[in-house]
Design a protein around this ligand. Sequence first.
Ligand code: ATP
Ligand code: AMO
Length: 470
Amino acid sequence: RVWTRIDELSAAKHTGKTVLLRARVHNTRGTGKQAFLVLRQRFVTLQGVIFVGPAVSKQMVKFVASLSKESFVDVEGTIVGVPTPIESCTLHDIELHVTKIFTVSSAMPRLPFSLDDATNVEPLEGVETTNSNSEPEDNLIRVGLDTRLDNRVIDLRTTTNQAIYRLQSAVCLLFREFLTSQNFIEIHSPKIIGTASESGANVFAVTYFKQQAYLAQSPQFYKQMAMCADFERVFEIAPVFRAEDSNTHRHLTEFVGLDLEMAFYEHYHEVLDMLDKLFVFIFKGLRDRYANEIKAVQRQFPVPEFKFLEPSLRITFKEGVAMLREAGIEMDDYDDLSTANEKLLGKLIKAKYDTDFYMLDKFPTAVRPFYTMPDPSDPNYSNSYDLFMRGEEILSGAQRVHDPVLLEERAKEKHIEISSIQPYVDAFKYGAPPHGGGGIGLERVLMLYLGLGNIRRTSMFPRDPKRVAP
Ligand code: ATP
Ligand code: AMO
């Protein structure tokens, strides 16, 4: 038997042909002698019709009309062209005249929510939308995020979610494609580690036989040790664990880290140049290869198109602080950016340069991890940077200290017990190339690119301080 996919069907090729499909029942409607059923595969729908006739009994029509939504069925029938377009289906110029239908797996008659309700336009708190009034004035039902996450498998069947997770896959694909083309290799570093790499407080401890171990907060030490081992250019796509009790729209306790590290020759800006090209490649790839998915998400979440410059905008931390001060913000030279100031700076930059993406270079040394290289010409600042999308951080990175003496000194200043990071420090004792890199949060990139306002919308089964199921 030959199985057909709905998205392969066309009036030109299939009119008059008999086809066999396995699909979900998106909905049904019966009128005695005939019944309509919308069949769905992933995000494409096709109208099916069944009439009483020589091969079809009245009971069969009744059975079709009574099928519960979301059931899986095997259907055989003939493809017929229709004179007036079927607005409610993706394929609007053909329908399927059903001759045989079998239930493969039936869904409970009551769903936690309807898929149609779950795709109604959603008001987005604190996110700029294309309509001036982001609070829709209609009586449509909206499904809350918790209800969706509690019933995630059903929620994920919506067209919007089908598109979001294809786009998530696309970001990883483009990340891999670009870096591979630049002679990076993909590595896999351990997720059970003996010591914290970022700071002590936010690690999940696990009992590891007779000793204590931790879930990796970042592949930081390992991607740097790969530099010491002469791999020159590496990347990793892997889970990152953070025991932060942050109940915000942008923190998860487990997220997917897109990390990279590279040796450079003369200046750490070689790393920034690489990051610039990487992000432009990703943004263009999404825009040019995934326009349909982006459109599908925008139907539910109407936000302005994501804008970027080529090459990307690059400003220094000092310049950023000056812009904030000009806007009336009081802050010291070496203060970190608060979340509010980060967002404000994003707005100021958008107004001035019309870009939703920029790089902020030369952060104060005091607010960066111990492994960050201070700027040799002014050690109050460092050779480190954050990248922002729509005014929120999506990447942190830096040139690293590759001199073991300075590394120990910097660790001690940050009150880190050297014995706890000894194997990492030792890695630099046998010669190490100057190198730098960065870590990106996959869910944040997608949330901000699409303007979804909550990171839980871009994590298939999100983990936050209150949620470990499903
Ligand atoms: P990010 O800065 O986005 O959190 P990061 O990994 O660099 O990413 P930190 O710099 O440690 O993490 O995060 C601190 C920022 O997150 C602060 O600016 C703070 O505003 C915000 N934040 C953290 N926890 C909370 C919380 N519980 N409620 C509100 N905001 C929080
Ligand atoms: P950092 O801790 O800033 O840097 O993390 C890098 C990027 O990871 C994402 N991110 C998160 N995403 C979701 N939930 C969280 N709780 C969360 N925390 C961070 C952000 C952030 O920009 N070792 C360095 C990277 C480096 O220097 O190479 C690091 O981990 O997008």
